[in-house]
Write a protein that binds this ligand. Structure first.
Ligand code: 4AD
Ligand code: MG
Length: 477
């Protein structure tokens, strides 16, 4: 007898005289129908027990959350709602689950409550579907790059350069916090620290990825990323996962083409391979939308939104054009924006990004050629000397999902830009070397993985698309 998964059993069209399965009880109805799930699919398998033939004390232990082992015959279902079911001949309780204290009862729980029980929340249909999709999207990402000749590159998580400028950093130190060694100036003496210098958790693998692009050609990173900003929003995590492709001899237009093709490809992958989970989440979202006032409801269902992204071109708009649109927009004129748009040069807030994507263009938007002084030092300066070859991709309901650029490949210009913001050349000597030896046009971008998972699952809080979210004041589990 072979141990199978629920997913395998549910797709059998033949009757199997002997099957066995292990899983967790979702519900036990009328002392007869067990809905069993093992994580292999959103669907449960129905296990039917003739309670007359089973010990009453044993059946009492078949409670929601209990782990059980079932043997029996796979037959065509006698009832409605499923094609096949198991007529149980033997049942063992592997692990009891006290119904008085088990938190995940078969009823609607709030996402907040489930966050507090993040160790058990994947026992629910919603979170199991989200996390299966998260897994499928990771696979699709590796597959896309592998199919297209990219090398997976592991950039360091502990970094000695704090000049990347992408965000606030978490310090890494093995010094005694209560009694650190001090130098003559009375400051902490990091030469006595583990690495002999100040180190942090990485905010991006980009600068190191650039070194590999300038030898291996096409590379990407996919790893954990840390930002110590105190931003308690539904779109920010202190620990998140980022995908950063970097390609030699590719300019900004190529970077946009790559990003668009890549995003469409991974979304197509889940549309083709994770249909049941998406249909479940689609229905969940529709129910949630029904509780909103008409005006706030989304015009498209989840699956329609995903198809819309794969079937339509992303709209490419320069920062300057976007500012004109925003300046003349209704909400700006009626003073509805918290941050009014008055002049060229101001950074866009998420309210502006969402207006452009959700109200004006109604499709994914790639904004490019931003003012140099609101973007990072490493971005390629345009001939106007005011703008840089930056791009941000904005998605409906999410806002910024990708940030990237063509990199400054000219040594003199790069040095000037570093000097302007006081980045010492000694600190990034190796980064400057790339411009000294065989420099070339190159580009890349960073995709926030959790923001992609939010988009693909229709979940509205980033804490609900990563197993154990790390946010300000929260590192439980
Ligand atoms: O725009 P960012 O800061 O870009 C970089 O770090 C570049 N070095 C990337 C590159 O060119 N290789 O971050 C990239 C993306 C954002 O667009 C967003 O999707 C995500 O990372 N992101 C976050 N996701 C969750 N929580 C946070 N705190 C995030 N900060 C950025
Ligand atoms: Mg950004």
């Amino acid at each position: 007898m072979q141990l199978r998964t629920v997913s395998e059993l549910l797709t059998q069209d033949i009757i199997l005289p002997e099957v066995e399965i292990k899983g967790w009880v979702r519900t036990f109805r009328a002392n007869r129908f067990i809905a069993l799930n093992d994580g292999s699919t959103i669907n449960n398998i129905q296990c039917v027990v003739d309670f007359e033939n089973f010990d009453e004390a044993l059946l009492k232990r078949v409670t929601t959350g209990a782990a059980i082992h079932v043997k029996g015959e796979l037959i065509e279902s006698q009832g409605k709602g499923q094609k096949v079911e198991i007529k149980v001949s033997a049942l063992t309780v592997l692990g009891d689950s006290d119904p008085e204290t088990y938190p995940i009862q078969p009823k609607k729980h709030s996402f907040e409550f489930l966050r507090e029980n993040a160790h058990l929340r994947t026992r629910t249909s919603t979170f199991s579907a989200v996390m299966r999709l998260r897994s499928a999207l990771s696979f699709a990402i590796h597959k896309y790059f592998n199919d297209n000749g990219f090398y997976y590159t592991h950039t360091p998580i502990i970094t000695g350069s704090d000049a990347e400028g992408a965000g606030e950093m978490f310090k890494v130190s093995s010094l005694d916090a209560k009694n650190p060694p001090l130098n003559e100036k009375g400051e902490i003496d990091y030469t006595k620290d583990f690495f002999g210098k100040e180190t942090n958790l990485t905010v991006s693998g980009q600068l190191e990825a650039e070194t590999y692009a300038m030898s291996l050609g096409k590379v990407y990173t996919f790893g954990p990323t840390f930002r110590a900003e105190n931003s308690n929003t539904s779109r920010h995590l202190a620990e998140f996962w980022m995908i950063e492709p970097e390609v030699a001899f590719m300019d900004l237009a190529g970077n946009m083409d790559l990003a668009e093709d890549f995003m469409k490809s991974v979304i197509t992958y889940v549309l083709d391979n994770n249909r049941e989970d998406l249909e479940f989440l689609d229905k969940r979202l529709q129910d949630e939308e029904k509780s909103k006032p008409q005006a706030e409801r989304s015009e498209m269902s989840l699956i329609e939104k995903l198809n819309f992204v794969t079937d339509n071109n992303f709209k490419r708009v320069s920062y300057t054009e976007a500012i004109d649109i925003l300046r003349n927009s209704k909400p700006n004129k009626k003073k509805k924006f918290k941050y009014p748009i008055n002049e060229w040069g101001t950074d866009l807030q998420s309210e502006h990004e969402r207006f452009l994507v959700e109200k004006h263009f109604k499709c994914p938007v790639i904004l490019f050629d931003y003012p140099a002084n609101i973007k990072a030092f490493y971005m390629r300066l345009n001939d106007d000397e005011k703008t840089v070859r930056a791009m941000d991709i904005l998605f409906p309901g999410i806002g910024e999902i990708v940030g990237g650029a063509q990199r400054e490949e000219r040594l003199d210009v790069l040095k000037e830009r570093m000097a302007a913001i006081n980045i010492p050349e000694e600190e990034l000597w190796w980064y400057l070397d790339l411009r000294k030896f065989g420099t070339a046009v190159h580009s890349g971008f960073g995709l926030g993985f959790e923001r992609l998972v939010m988009f693909a699952t229709g979940m509205s809080n980033i804490r609900d698309v990563i197993p154990f979210p790390r946010t300000p004041q929260n590192a439980e589990f």
